[in-house]
Design a protein around this ligand. Sequence first.
Ligand code: NAP
Length: 296
Amino acid sequence: MNLFILGTGSLARLCYVRFHQDTPIMVGRQFGAFHFIDRHGQKSEYHPRWIHWGDRPGRMPHVVLLAVKWPALPAVRIWLERWGRQALVVSLLNGMGQETALVPPLDPLQLSVASTTDAVSRQDAPNRQTWATTVTHHGQTFLTETAHPYEERLKSRAQALNLDWVWENPATMHQRRWSKLIANSVINPLSALAARSNGEILTMPLWRLASPLVQEAEAVAQHAGIAISHSLPDIEQLARATQHNRSSMLQDVMDGIPTELDAITGYILTQAQHRGLPVPTHRAVYDLMKHLNSPG
Ligand SMILES: NC(=O)c1ccc[n+]([C@@H]2O[C@H](COP(=O)([O-])OP(=O)(O)OC[C@H]3O[C@@H](n4cnc5c(N)ncnc54)[C@H](OP(=O)(O)O)[C@@H]3O)[C@@H](O)[C@H]2O)c1
């Protein structure tokens, strides 16, 4: 199986480590050997083969694992258009809207949108001369079933490697992704606005926005045909379970790089607008986040 991993960040490295026996090729802007610290604190060093976005891949991709952040999607689209026409593409990005962003150039049957509860963070040196990644939570990965010819190969490989990867039908996955979207639309921007860890935000006055955020998002989901209700206790539980973590949105704000707000809160705003539904709390949070994360 010719396996490619688009991205060289935290999640891409976790994918590399899991599939390293298949010698996957990583695609990114700059990279090198990296240290990987597993959930038992065990440290290993990996020397992946990696290429630049503009390089020829050398072999035709069968399976592509997409593990970039949203701002990379223009580069991803160009790469897939050139090299990914036959491949099964598994998108591990958070947020919603992958189908609109990637089909075309992909055919709908090529795209398996996935959702993972793995948590990995990177500790690269500021000069990018040493690279390191730590697993903070070993979770499950859910993938949308497709009728793609390479899907069975990926399934058997995941099974042989003992990965906690589960394939689900599109309807079940759609529901799962909406649930995750709602959780992300609460924890991510509120933790970024409060500049606090996931656990700390639960005690902040700002957390009072969690309830209207959930209610507004659940109403949008319901209009989209997804029955989700009473998500708030689960979201609070998630924030407690990851209490020491800084959300990815908070980390991006601290690093001064674009967040994935448009694929999370932005997606809810767009869906609400199409349906004429009011989402004033999401709108306010979106505007505040844009102000906080604006360049300069
Ligand atoms: N990390 C997790 O635990 C986790 C869990 C679940 C879901 N996710 C989702 O998985 C996706 C990847 O997350 P991550 O944690 O791996 O992020 P990350 O460590 O920040 O890595 C992001 C990757 O995207 C590349 N990238 C970003 N902007 C780019 C641009 N404009 N052009 C080209 N490349 C660009 C980065 O390249 P450079 O390194 O060169 O900047 C890097 O290879 C996100 O959607 C995230 O929400 C992550």
